[in-house]
Design a protein around this ligand. Structure first.
Ligand code: 4NP
Length: 165
């Protein structure tokens, strides 16, 4: 672990998908769980948002909440849309798929921000699950267990990489 963490500002991470009711709330919940498991909750600022506005104000999709619960994680976010101001607040934006990535890069280009934008899957240490966390919205509940595993594996890699940076 990076022993200088106490002397540095909080590491701020925003997870981003399309609707902010399935993938990114799951990523936020899993990443927060991993951070707290390491006793590092005070050193991180963690949130999620969507590139779209359709579900603003909503709780996570029931299928995402259920799969998280089955793994001992409680999701308590409310959907919100990414704002330009987020590029002043967050060091890292972690996109679930390439469409989210492109939308974030376009928004960033309208700011002077240095926020790093990456695909969540690029942090998977095994790198054998493809580039994207697939959109599970129109699929069945079983898709959410698959998403959980993909997100969990990549979030573990992301945390290790951020602590080593
Ligand atoms: P998410 O999933 O981007 O992982 O939150 C979706 C949620 C809603 C919609 C699409 C994807 N939608 O079309 O409403």
């Amino acid at each position: 672990m990076n022993t200088n963490l106490n002397e540095t500002p909080k590491i701020s991470v925003l997870f981003v998908c399309l609707g902010n009711i399935c993938r990114s709330p799951l990523a936020e919940g899993i990443f927060r769980y991993l951070v707290e498991e390491e006793g590092l909750g005070d050193h991180f600022s963690i949130d999620s948002a969507g590139t779209g506005a359709w579900h603003v104000g909503e709780r996570p999709d029931g299928r995402a909440s259920l799969v998280a619960q089955q793994h001992g994680i409680n999701l308590d976010s409310r959907a919100r849309q990414v704002q330009k101001e987020d590029f002043e607040r967050f060091d890292y934006m972690i996109a679930m798929d390439r469409e989210n990535l492109r939308a974030l890069e376009e928004l960033r280009s309208e700011t002077n921000s240095n926020t790093q934008i990456t695909l969540l899957c690029s942090h998977d240490p095994n790198g054998d699950n493809g580039d994207e966390i697939p959109d599970p919205y129109y699929g069945g509940a079983s898709g959410f267990e698959n998403i959980y595993q993909l997100v969990h594996q990549s979030c573990k890699g992301l945390l290790q990489q951020l602590l080593a940076a």
